[in-house]
Design a protein around this ligand. Structure first.
Ligand SMILES: Nc1ncnc2c1ncn2[C@@H]1O[C@H](COP(=O)(O)OP(=O)(O)OP(=O)(O)O)[C@@H](O)[C@H]1O
Ligand SMILES: [Mg+2]
Length: 366
């Protein structure tokens, strides 16, 4: 696990903690405001695999008790000094649905229509989920509005549903770890906060986790598209393991060492490239669909999640998509000592969600 001590002292009351319960590891980030700047106080990560009988880097599905205990260990090892936190909800445990509905001038009536309509799209009884929604600003309808000086007939709504069981699990993890969470946020929103610098043009975020890859297209800080691909870092490792006849632990090491940049034709690099080529092929379909439907180009791609750390992946992605690609740098939004910068740059993508949650918590507290 990566960890450094509490470099900036210990003011309990002002620190904000972000927690990301990923399928393969827990991440925590503690931030504090100092003279208007956002200071990184500490961060840490602990792999869940060994607690679930699988190797580091593989996905798990653990009960709240085990996650709570692991989180307690991590908080301790990372010298976290606050209990004030927010927690991310995995995209895989939530449902994001985009719908078009007739506009109503009366907000109450509008709310009723949205909530009634939502029932058609949520595959479980509505009282089993926590439902939230936003009315999206739409670039094309905005343009219509300007030209005709009237409001468009329809509104675009983003429905967000999280199963009550998932919220209960997270709440009991928080309780077990003796923390005080004020919000639970779907990870996409945390990621947007920590990695998007250019909010105006469409940006595609590719979050390569252990179990899956999440693809989002975000424009003006609003999510336009959310899509899950059922392959992630663990599949890259398994592919190396099979092609090279090594066990999962060795394959995981090889993956981190070699990345996509090995000698042309060597079996490990080829195994890595094969998985990323499948993941990116699906991501490209999402990109093309967006560009066709919206008649706008995606301006850039951001790689995030642990898989985003893969050596030379951004060069490979840039060639694959022919779109400018960068690696997420969530810690760039925080102040930290110079000597730790290279490490933060390297591990940044893994912490995008936790940083985003901590940033929201910090805003909430100030
Ligand atoms: N240096 C590296 N090079 C390549 N892959 C890496 C590197 N570091 C971590 N990974 C891979 O990243 C994956 C974990 O990423 P991350 O921590 O974002 O996943 P997670 O949040 O636990 O999973 P999910 O988002 O699917 O719930 C693992 O499969 C791991 O092997
Ligand atoms: Mg993740």
């Amino acid at each position: 696990m990566s960890f450094f001590g509490n470099l900036f002292g210990n003011k309990k009351d002002k620190s904000a903690l972000g927690i990301d319960i990923g399928s393969s590891s827990l991440k925590v980030v503690q931030l504090r405001k100092k003279h208007g700047a956002i200071v990184l106080e500490t961060y840490g990560e602990l792999a869940l695999g060994p607690y679930g009988g699988v190797e580091i880097g593989q996905a798990t599905n653990l009960p709240a008790d085990t996650i709570g205990k692991t989180l307690t260990d991590l908080l301790h090892e990372s010298n976290v000094t606050t209990v004030d936190c927010g927690v991310s909800i995995p995209s895989s445990r939530s449902l994001l649905i985009f719908i078009k509905l007739p506009r109503r001038n009366d907000p109450k009536e509008q709310k009723t229509i949205i909530e009634l309509e939502a029932r058609k799209y949520i595959p479980v009884p509505i009282d089993e989920v926590h439902l939230d929604w936003f009315i999206l600003p739409d670039a094309s309808t905005e343009a219509q509005t300007k030209s005709a000086n009237t409001k468009p007939k329809d509104i675009n709504v983003l429905l967000i549903a999280v199963h009550n069981n998932e919220l209960k699990l997270l709440e009991s993890v928080v309780q077990k770890a003796k923390l005080a969470a004020t919000f639970y946020e779907i990870e996409i929103f945390s990621t947007i906060r920590s990695v998007i610098d250019e909010p105006v043009k469409p940006v595609m975020i590719i979050d390569i986790g252990a179990a899956s890859t999440k693809v989002y297209i975000v424009e003006r800080n609003v999510v336009d598209v959310s899509h899950a691909i059922s392959q992630g870092g663990q599949d890259v490792t398994r592919s190396i393991s099979v092609s090279s006849g090594v066990d999962i632990a060795q394959a995981e090491q090889l993956k981190k060492k070699i990345g996509i940049s090995g000698e042309k034709g060597d079996s490990q690099s080829t195994a890595i490239e094969n998985v990323f080529s499948q993941i990116f092929t699906e991501a490209k379909r999402v990109l093309t669909q967006f560009e066709t439907a919206h008649r706008r180009s995606v301006a850039s791609i951001v790689l995030t999640g642990g898989g985003g750390v893969t050596k030379e992946l951004s060069t490979y992605a840039q060639t694959f998509f022919s779109v400018e690609t960068r690696i997420a740098a969530p810690f760039a939004k925080t102040q930290a000592p110079e000597f730790i910068r290279p490490v933060l740059k390297n591990i940044g993508p893994e912490f995008s969600v936790a940083v985003g949650v901590a940033l929201r918590k910090l805003e909430e507290m100030s």
